[in-house]
Design a protein. Sequence first.
Length: 171
Amino acid sequence: VALQLPTFEYAHPEDVLDAAYDAGGVVVALDHITDPRNLGAIIRSAAAFGANGVVIPQRRAAGMTAAAWKSSAGAAARIPVAQATNLNRALESFTKAGFLIVGLAGDTEEDLAEVEPDGRPVVLVVGSEDTGLTRLVREHCDHVVRIPMPGGTESLNASVAAGIALYELTR
């Protein structure tokens, strides 16, 4: 028995923008997440918390591979995953449309719980596993926030941090 599957069809970032804007929802943007298992887990969390889509860069990032699909536990079939040629330009489009851009970083003083979207749709930006948010992506953020961790751990896995942030933003 042989089975040939078509390649994954990515949504366009503008389609995700439109859907999230109409719903007043949340979009997750990933800044160079390279582990396909992290990508899949983030997609799964995004679907679980009602996000309207996930935007990934076209280069220097994990794509929708078999490992990402498996880690998403089928969520990749329920939530649009868009591939942006340039993540910074995609973030500019979201800003022009009125989205609040919130970046996650461990080296900042503002806590995630302090962010007040005030009814605006939100883009949650999660940085790479090794280097966090790139400089230009960070500059596009309205807020760069951290998840307070009183236990003394320096950082969280990107997919775990995304799940916690999605919970906080959608509660």
